[in-house]
Design a protein around this ligand. Structure first.
Ligand code: PYC
Length: 331
C-alpha cells in the first residue's frame, strides 16, 4: 500500500511544524483525546513515517486538524512528534494556527481569535495579521502548575542533580543551575541531550507523573535545562530535550508554561508578570501569567505564550509499505 500525505511545512521561532492537510485518517472518537488514543493505537505509522528520518528528522514535529467536538469551538488539533502524540505543543500550535489562517484552512468564528480543542484541553488563540500574513500568535494555555519540587537523581559523571517537575500541557523536569550543572553554556548540545536522556530515565524509574485531574495525561516527556539568557531583553533561557536526539529550537511553549508555573509557585512571578524566554538558538517567546487558578489541591496559573511562525514549503510525502523504512528510523 502506498499512501500520499499533503503537508504544509513551517517553523515556529526555528522549530519545525508539519501540518498534514491531506491523507488524514478518519478517527471515530468524539473528543480529540479519544481521537488521539485511536490514532496512537491504529495510525502511529503515520506519525513515525512523517516525523522520523528519512522523511523527517530528530526535531520534526507536526499536527493534524479535525472538527471540534463542541460546535462553539473552531477546530481540534492532534499533535504528532518524534516523542509521540503530545497532549499539547506550544510551538506546534503557533505554527499550525499560522498555516491554517494563511492558507484559509480554518474560517475563524471571530476574526483574530480561535478556540482550539487539544488533548490537554481548550486553548484560546489571539492572532494578528498584516495583510494575508499572520504576524503573531498568542495562545492562552491550559492550567499549569508545579507538580513536584526538589526531586533528586544520581547522574553518572555529573553526580546529584536536583529537578523540579512542572506541568504546562506536558510534564517537564526543570534543571536549574546548581552545584553539578552551572549553566547551559557549559555543555554542548550533544551533552545536554546525552545527560538529559539519562536524567529522564532515572526520574521515570524513581517517580510517577500523572495529571491530578486527567490520568490519561501522564509521563515525564521532557527535560528543561535552564540558564543565563544571551539577549539583554530575555528573562531566562532554556534547552529542552525533545524525543531521543534533539533540543527544541523554539523556547518551547508548554515548557515555558511549566517554567512560569514553577516561578509562580516559588513567588518569583505573579499574575500579570511577563517572562521573555529564550531558546537554545536565541529565539524568543513572550510568556505571561494571565490568571491565578487552582487544580485539585494546589495553586495553578493560566499562562499565555506569544510567538511567530513562517511557512517554509509544501510537500507531498509518500509512505509505501514496501519501503523497509516506511515507519522511518532514529539513530
Ligand atoms: O513548544 O510546547 C512546545 C513543545 C513541546 C515539544 C517541543 N516543543
Amino acid at each position: 500500500m502506498k499512501k500520499t500525505f499533503f503537508c504544509i511545512d513551517s517553523h515556529t521561532c526555528g522549530c519545525p511544524v508539519r501540518l498534514v492537510t491531506g491523507g488524514v485518517p478518519f478517527l471515530s472518537g468524539h473528543t480529540i483525546m479519544e481521537k488521539r488514543l485511536q490514532f496512537m493505537a491504529e495510525y502511529d505509522w503515520i506519525r513515525k513515517g512523517l516525523m522520523f528520518e528519512p522523511r523527517g528528522h530528530d526535531m520534526m514535529s507536526g499536527s493534524l486538524l479535525y472538527p471540534p467536538s463542541d460546535p462553539a469551538n473552531d477546530v481540534s488539533v492532534l499533535y504528532i512528534e518524534t516523542s509521540g502524540c503530545l497532549p499539547m505543543c506550544g510551538h506546534g500550535t503557533i505554527g499550525t494556527v499560522t498555516i491554517a489562517i494563511e492558507e484559509g484552512l480554518i474560517q475563524p468564528k471571530t476574526p483574530g481569535k480561535l478556540r482550539l480543542e487539544t488533548p490537554a484541553g481548550l486553548i484560546h488563540i489571539d492572532y494578528t495579521q498584516e495583510g494575508p500574513k499572520v504576524k503573531t500568535v498568542k495562545l492562552t494555555n491550559v492550567k499549569s502548575f508545579l507538580y513536584a519540587e526538589g526531586l533528586t537523581v544520581d547522574c553518572p559523571d555529573l553526580g546529584e542533580i536536583v529537578a523540579d517537575v512542572a506541568y504546562g500541557g506536558n510534564f517537564y523536569a526543570i534543571i536549574d543551575p546548581q552545584k553539578n550543572f552551572r549553566d547551559i553554556s557549559d555543555f554542548s548540545a550533544s551533552q545536554l541531550i546525552h545527560y538529559g536522556k539519562i536524567i529522564r530515565t532515572l526520574l521515570r524509574e524513581k517517580y510517577n507523573f500523572v495529571h491530578p485531574e486527567d490520568p490519561l495525561i501522564h509521563g515525564l516527556t521532557h527535560i528543561q535545562w535552564t540558564g543565563k539568557p544571551l539577549k539583554e531583553n530575555s528573562h531566562g533561557r532554556n534547552a529542552v530535550l525533545v524525543g531521543e536526539n534533539a533540543l527544541d529550537r523554539s523556547p518551547c511553549g508548554t515548557g515555558t508554561s511549566a517554567r512560569l508555573a514553577q516561578w509562580y509557585a516559588k513567588g518569583k512571578l505573579e499574575a500579570g508578570d511577563v517572562f521573555v524566554h529564550e531558546s537554545y538558538i536565541g529565539s524568543q517567546f513572550i510568556g505571561r501569567i494571565e490568571q491565578e487558578t487552582s487544580i485539585v489541591d494546589r495553586a495553578a496559573i493560566i499562562p499565555s505564550i506569544e510567538g511567530w511562525a513562517r511557512i517554509t514549503g509544501y510537500s507531498q510525502i509518500i509512505i509505501d509499505d514496501e519501503d523497509p523504512y516506511f515507519e522511518g528510523f532514529q539513530v
